[in-house]
Each structure stands twice: as structure tokens, then as C-alpha cells.
Design a protein around this ligand. Structure first.
Ligand SMILES: Nc1ncnc2c1ncn2[C@@H]1O[C@H](COP(=O)(O)OP(=O)(O)OP(=O)(O)O)[C@@H](O)[C@H]1O
Ligand SMILES: [Mg+2]
Length: 238
């Protein structure tokens, strides 16, 4: 019985553009546990985004395997992977990926519509935006918002349905320290209250300070895995 939320075993990922092959991941092992508030750090190009895409079932490894909620992603059909993403995962991409023709509120509501949530979509989307201090921007489209505001809409979209696992690629990259801190505290509350698991890729010391665990990548491998003592993470009550 596999009790890890995510199990990455012996994973390699090569990108081949015809001329050169980039070995983005080179034999990577990582187990993620329910309730982890995990920061993945490492220099640019070390494989953080590649790893998040594999965990999030957006891509498949060249070799090795990835288990998500006990399911072997490499053995799963594209359709089942898409279903799993929709029901159980929230993503915040490095390049927000908001839908340009929809307002902030519509972008967030869209997730609930896709999931077939019936009642209270408007209220849920609105209250999530308000939690992120975006209530007044609900009717703006992405091109009418700053980078940091779009990033927070992307976070609202990722968490509105309370997915079991949230994957966030540099979620604070465009935020000032005040907004970053507020975002991290809110996510920690979601983790503490709903048992949600968060995995961030980041260069931000503030995210590392709030994390309960910090995994460092170098050249496509894990070179350190530090679990913090209870209470050591900033703002952590447990
Ligand atoms: N689609 C792709 N095609 C070719 N090479 C790629 C592709 N995606 C990533 N790479 C390469 O794989 C390596 C790992 O990239 P990745 O985006 O995972 O790094 P990262 O740790 O997220 O970096 P950053 O901190 O800059 O976001 C890099 O050398 C990158 O150039
Ligand atoms: Mg990246």
C-alpha cells in the first residue's frame, strides 16, 4: 500500500529538439506526504518546473515513474490524467495562464464550472478573490491587471475548489513582501484547516521560511531534503 501522496522514483526527463538533448532530470527520487508545505529550490535550469509538470500529470518522464494519489501516471491514459488534474489538483503556472477574454471572477468561476459544481459558484469564487484582496478587481480582465494581481488571480483559481494538492511554480515571483506573506499565511491556513498539500518551486527566501520542508535540486537531482522541526516554519503552529 502506497501511503505517499506523490512518489517520484528514478525519474529522468530529456528534452530533445532535434539538435541537442537536454537532460533536465537525471534520476530523481522524491516522496511527498499529505500536509507537506514543500518548497522546491535550486538554481535556474535545475529542473523545478519540469518536476512540477511531471507531478501534475502535464507531462510524462523519459524513464522512471510518478505515482500520484497511488495512481501510476505513466500507465494512465491522457484522458484519465486530465480527469485527475481537474478533480484533485490546483496549478499556479510560472506564466499565470489566465484566460484573456474572461474577467478575474470568470477565470476563477470557470474551474468550478468545469468541475460541475452546481450552487454557490459566484459566492465561492468571489470570497476566494476577497481572501486574496482582489475583490475590487473581480470584473477586470488579465490585461487590465498588474503582474502581481494576475498572479494572485491564478492562485485564487488554483485553490477555489480546495484540491487535495496545489502545485505552484514561483507563486510569489511578482509579489511584494507584504502580498507574499499574506498569500503564504492564507495557504498555510488552507493546509491546516483542510489538510491540503502545497508544493512550490521558488527562489524566494520568504517561501522557504514558511515551508515545512525544503528540497534542493541541482542538475536534475535532489541534493538536499530538509524537514523543519515543529514550529520552526514561520507562522507555523504545528
Ligand atoms: N520544453 C523544453 N524543451 C527543451 N528544454 C527544456 C524544456 N523545458 C525545460 N528545458 C530545459 O530543462 C532544464 C530544466 O528546466 P526547468 O524549466 O525545469 O528549470 P527551473 O529549475 O524551473 O528553472 P527556473 O528557476 O529558471 O524557472 C533547463 O536546462 C531548460 O532549458
Ligand atoms: Mg521554472
Amino acid at each position: 500500500m502506497n501511503t505517499n501522496l506523490v512518489d517520484v522514483r528514478g525519474v529522468t526527463k530529456d528534452f530533445d529538439n532535434g539538435k541537442i538533448t537536454v537532460n533536465a532530470l537525471r534520476g530523481l527520487d522524491l516522496a511527498i506526504h499529505e500536509g507537506d508545505f514543500l518548497a522546491i529550490v535550486g538554481p535556474s535550469g535545475s529542473g523545478k518546473t519540469t518536476l512540477l509538470n511531471l507531478i501534475g500529470a502535464l507531462d510524462i518522464p523519459t524513464s522512471g515513474d510518478v505515482h500520484l494519489f497511488g495512481h501510476d501516471l505513466t500507465a494512465m491514459s491522457r484522458k484519465r490524467r486530465a480527469g485527475l488534474r481537474l478533480t484533485s489538483l490546483g496549478f499556479v503556472f510560472q506564466a499565470y495562464n489566465l484566460i484573456p477574454v474572461l474577467t478575474a471572477l470568470e477565470n476563477v468561476k470557470f474551474v468550478l464550472e468545469l468541475q460541475g459544481v452546481d450552487g454557490g459558484r459566484h459566492e465561492r469564487a468571489m470570497s476566494t478573490l476577497e481572501d486574496l484582496s482582489l475583490g475590487e478587481l473581480a470584473n477586470r480582465r488579465p490585461n487590465e491587471m498588474s503582474g502581481g494581481q494576475q498572479q494572485r488571480v491564478a492562485v485564487a483559481r488554483a485553490i477555489v475548489s480546495r484540491p487535495r494538492l496545489v502545485l505552484a511554480d514561483e507563486p510569489t515571483a511578482n509579489l511584494d513582501s507584504e502580498n507574499s506573506e499574506a498569500l503564504l499565511i492564507m495557504m498555510r491556513e488552507l493546509r491546516d484547516e483542510h489538510g491540503m498539500t502545497f508544493v512550490f518551486s521558488t527562489h524566494d527566501p520568504l517561501v522557504m521560511a514558511h515551508a515545512t520542508r525544503v528540497v534542493t535540486l541541482l542538475d536534475g537531482r535532489v541534493v538536499s531534503d530538509e524537514v523543519k522541526n515543529a514550529g520552526e516554519a514561520a507562522g507555523g503552529a504545528n
